[in-house]
Design a protein around this ligand. Structure first.
Ligand code: GDP
Length: 610
């Protein structure tokens, strides 16, 4: 096959063959797969109007554009597929194995959603505190991100698992990562308020995920509570109460008086029994999802995981997202040590080498070595993908500007837990100041700011953000010595404000023209050694010596970029002449001045940023 020439560089032409690349791949990666020189691809892409370096991640559209041009069918593999393939190389799959008949019934996993202030948090507290087991254990409940309660239904003790982070973010974040955790949504609606925007949003999320809903009509203790109105309102959204002939269970509760909590728990179980067949293989290698991750001062990285199948035990080799390790201890929500955790059990895992992110899946593998290899491969992939998404595409038009000035603010974000770091990063990436400056997170992580973070910061123009964490002693010294900007925050919006201000500070000043005055030429004098001088009358504003000027003739700008070099009234040099007065204006070497021309003067000022 003849090699096509693009900009003088020859490339191996594909015949529509498929090349599979991970998201975030660079031209070097592509070059390797198709046996080309990376530089040739850079040039080819340049001719297509995109400027990237050989090692920079290239987005999917651009890769496909390039592929089409050189005859290769480039397929960018989704992270999910890629992960599946990664696990396959270790003979692993994420999911229930074996014969469904051997699976055992498992408790439902519930997420509480609803409008702000309708009582989600209080309801979760009330449910936790009515728990029989909690009283027996006598333990102090701790927030680990999820808990289990046991309730009696038809003479049988049955557990229910609650995700203890109310709100929609955790639900959608997990779904976005492909983790299906929630079996049932409890939709909280305050009886004294009614259906509100976030009620509808929650409902939409649940329905989109095909998750059954139980409605908790809360605050029925309050004066003005109107539970019937809630039922009525929700029929409009397709939630029809059982008592009205529908199939949604509505339960009147009060998180304050704890009225109706038992009924709510019963309704959850009845709904699960009626519409879901919740089973899991309890025998296979354990797997599940990370609910929350944080760095604990004493214990190191701690992750709350929800076991979805199999039985997790102390001593298991585990890989959770890009973290791995050996399970050192398992703790429940009362701080009790557990030997094992069965399906739908939320449990804190101690023993990981780093902090996984909420929504990451975990697997138990045969050997530590496998866990580490999977974690390493995932780390590399996450890094690539992040680089790809953070980097803005540079078009050919912008190339000049981009090469001349690289106005990019680099950040390193460290925080006390993975949730806040992600939330902060997400919020910061939403800041839009101007196309001229961009923000890039070059590193993020959970834990204190270390010397290696500062080392990294040294390389570029970097601000290091510590969210609820501080720099270690050595790191502080190094940062001080090298003048690295390290900032501490405990409130997200404050970080946003400051970073926004920093970005604005990086903007090139913008200038605007402000008109100062106009003068009409009445007569032209020829002055030796000076040239032509315009005998004029100031028609508006003022004419100032040294101000910028242009000459307009019959409404057309004849000359721009002039300067009022001399300004006289009678025999005197003056600096300013006001409206209505006559004066002589000299425009330097510019002599093409005619009677009735208009001289406009203006000033260029820096525009204040809004
Ligand atoms: P969230 O934003 O949905 O998590 O709502 P919260 O749980 O923080 O509750 C918001 C406010 O409503 C708090 O002041 C609670 O004390 C109050 N509240 C929650 N549930 C009830 C209830 O059943 N009865 C009454 N009277 N107040 C409640």
């Amino acid at each position: 096959m003849a090699a096509p020439s693009m900009g003088g560089v020859s490339l191996p032409r594909g015949n529509g063959q498929v090349v599979r690349l991970p998201r975030g791949a660079s031209l070097t990666d592509l070059a390797e797969r198709i046996g080309a020189q990376p530089a040739a691809l850079v040039t080819a892409l340049f001719h297509l109007g995109e400027m990237v370096t050989a090692t920079q991640s290239v987005n999917e559209d651009t890769l496909q554009l390039l592929g089409a041009e050189i005859g290769w069918d480039i397929q960018v593999v989704s992270p999910e597929d890629e992960d599946r393939e990664l696990l396959e190389t270790f003979d692993l799959t994420f999911g229930d194995e074996g014969d469904e008949d051997d699976w055992v019934a498992r408790p439902p996993v519930v997420t509480v959603m609803g409008h702000v202030d309708h009582g989600k948090t209080k309801l979760l507290d009330a449910i936790r505190n009515t728990n029989v087991v909690a009283r027996e254990a006598g333990g102090i409940t701790q927030h680990i991100g999820a808990y289990q309660v046991v309730t009696e239904l038809e003479g049988e003790e049955r557990p229910i698992t609650f995700i203890d982070t109310p709100g929609h973010e955790s639900f959608t974040a997990m779904r976005a990562r492909g983790a299906k955790v929630t079996d049932i949504v409890v939709l909280v609606v305050a009886a004294d308020d009614g259906v509100m925007p976030q009620t509808v949003e929650a409902l939409n999320h649940a329905q989109a995920a095909a998750v059954p809903i139980v409605v908790a009509v809360n605050k029925v203790d309050k004066e003005g509570a109107n539970p019937a109105k809630i039922r009525q309102q929700l029929t409009e959204y397709g939630l029809v109460a059982e008592e009205y002939g529908g199939d949604t269970m509505f339960v009147d509760v009060s998180a304050t008086t704890r009225q109706g909590i038992d009924d709510l728990l019963a309704a959850i179980l009845l709904t699960a029994d009626a519409s879901l067949d919740l089973r899991a293989n309890a025998e296979q290698d354990p797997q599940g999802v990370v609910i929350e991750g944080k760095l604990d001062k004493g214990r190191g990285p701690v992750a709350t995981v929800l076991v979805q199948r199999g039985t997790l035990r102390v001593g298991d080799s585990i890989v959770a997202g890009d973290a791995y390790g050996r399970v050192r201890s398992l703790l429940d929500e009362y701080g009790n040590k557990l030997k094992e955790a069965s399906p739908a059990r939320p449990v804190q895992v101690v023993g990981l080498t780093s902090v996984p992110r909420a929504g990451d899946t975990f697997l138990v593998v045969e050997e530590d070595r496998v866990a580490r290899q999977i974690a390493d491969r995932r780390q590399a992939r996450i890094r690539n993908a992040q680089n790809a998404s953070m980097r803005k595409r540079i078009s050919l038009e912008d190339l000049d500007a981009a090469l001349k000035e690289n106005r990019q603010l680099n950040l390193i974000i460290k925080g006390d837990n993975s949730g806040t770091v992600e939330a902060l990063e997400e919020a910061l990436m939403k800041i839009e100041v101007s196309d001229d400056v961009s923000l890039r997170v070059i590193h993020r992580g959970v834990g204190s700011i270390t010397k290696s973070d500062i080392d990294l910061a040294l390389a570029d123009d970097v601000i290091v953000l510590g969210f609820n964490v501080r720099a270690e002693g050595q790191a502080t010294e190094l940062a001080n010595r090298e003048g690295i900007d390290v900032r501490y925050y405990s409130v997200i919006y404050q970080a946003i404000e400051e970073i926004e201000a920093a970005l604005k500070g990086m903007l090139k000043p913008e200038y605007e023209e402000v008109a100062l005055g106009t003068a009409e030429v009445r007569e032209v004098f020829r002055v030796p050694r000076i040239g032509n001088v315009a005998g004029s009358i100031v028609r508006s504003g003022t004419i100032n010596r040294n101000s910028k000027a242009r000459l307009v003739r019959d409404g057309v700008v004849v000359a721009d970029n002039l300067t009022v070099e001399s300004l006289r009234r009678f025999k005197d040099d003056v600096t300013e002449v006001r409206e209505g007065y006559e004066c002589g204006i000299g425009l330097g070497s510019f002599n093409d001045i005619k009677v009735e021309d208009v001289i406009e003067t203006f000033e260029v000022r820096e525009k204040p940023r809004t």
